[in-house]
Design a protein. Sequence first.
Length: 52
Amino acid sequence: MVVHRAAPPAQPARRGNSVVTTTMVVTVPAVLAAAAMRTRSRTGRTAGRRSS
């Protein structure tokens, strides 16, 4: 006698983003904005020093 078992139900697909994706979406724009602001502040300072 052969007993057939039902296949286990497939795991439901995860909804939403992973923790890594969420972290990257929040962090990357902040780092780019900080880098852009730092670059602007440096160019403003060096321009004032060069004029004598």
